[in-house]
Design a protein around this ligand. Sequence first.
Ligand SMILES: NC(=O)c1ccc[n+]([C@@H]2O[C@H](COP(=O)([O-])OP(=O)(O)OC[C@H]3O[C@@H](n4cnc5c(N)ncnc54)[C@H](OP(=O)(O)O)[C@@H]3O)[C@@H](O)[C@H]2O)c1
Length: 382
Amino acid sequence: MKVAVLGYGVVGVGVYEMLKKAEGLEPGPVLVRPGKADAPFKVTSIEQIVSDPTVGAVAEVMGGVSPAFEYAAAALKAGKHFVTSNKALVAAKGIELKALAEESGAAFLFSAACGGGVPFLHNLSIARKSDEIRSLGGILNGTTNYMLDAMQRLDMDYGQALADAQRLGYAEADPTADVSGLDALRKIMLACAVAYDVLPTEGLLNEGIENMTAADAAHMKSRGYTCRLLAQGGRNPDGSVYAFVEPVLFRAGAPECSVLENYNMAKYEGACAGSIVLMGQGAGRWPTASAVLRDLSCVLQGDRAMLQPGCKAGAADNSALSRLYYVRLPEAFAARLPSESCEAEDGLARLVTKPLSPAAMHAAAKEIRAAGGELFFAAIGG
Ligand SMILES: NC(=O)c1ccc[n+]([C@@H]2O[C@H](COP(=O)([O-])OP(=O)(O)OC[C@H]3O[C@@H](n4cnc5c(N)ncnc54)[C@H](OP(=O)(O)O)[C@@H]3O)[C@@H](O)[C@H]2O)c1
């Protein structure tokens, strides 16, 4: 099958090179921006790809929602299989792309969009057919894991950790999507859509790591905790879906503590399978390209969909779970949270809340910030 590639950047070059050696696949035209077609295999118009009868599949690795969506729609309408590494596209337009793929009978797969080289969505899409997936998620953003690890293990401050991540190519010039938790949130949206047939687009919560200071890292470390940014999804007892991202503290010995540098750890809990843990490179040229190629190989074997026909957009309900939270905030605001224990020094309080739902904790943090109180919080995990 000849595969056209949209975008020739970090991942695109990897996909093109891997296609040259992959069984049953070959590289086709590569879409680049006008003025950048400096080799015969590069083209500058999507029309040249969708009208080419020799192209069987399109791999989109450009990023962004538009024009990636319009190009994806054109490819699917022309009956080309469509594979993407673009989480922003699938989070925003996954349901529409699923419908277009169903109409044309073409494939729509996106395992590279969550977990990079880690075959998380691929495994979930198979496991969900025979097992009940009770919960899913994990450390799904390598940039923030690198920064958290540097702050806690190497005692860097936030600025140093970010600069280091940027120097190593893990963080983009604008790191907002990573450090705010938005990138991990988009990934958990996709995982919920694959496992539960609900793409949660409302009621989502994301707390990133931007508010963590070197003093927070040192304090948590002195209490024996390691902090990780966790994306979490699952089913509530009433059948609704929860989906949120927040920092979580783990005691030494928890598997999350052994996830160092920019590694990812994806997890799901099957009613029969129990806890399944997948670890590996969540980003980078070759790991991500390998996931795109895996999807293309699945297309050759007849796979057509990661989203089932009944999958719909819906709202997440993050009010049914309950956990304790570690919170650092100005002492003057401490009484706004129900606490089990509280230490105060130099105008700052560090407290452990009574059990709260993620919805309640995130709402309280929003209110305190709106009133001028800077705070950091993390759930107390395993
Ligand atoms: N890098 C990773 O480790 C990784 C991991 C998992 C998923 N992803 C996802 O994979 C996608 C690509 O990431 P990347 O790191 O490869 O990005 P990148 O290095 O910026 O490459 C994107 C390429 O697409 C090109 N492009 C963008 N819009 C285009 C358009 N309208 N027409 C033609 N070419 C266009 C860009 O050209 P210009 O340079 O001219 O703008 C660039 O060459 C993103 O959705 C990203 O989220 C990346």
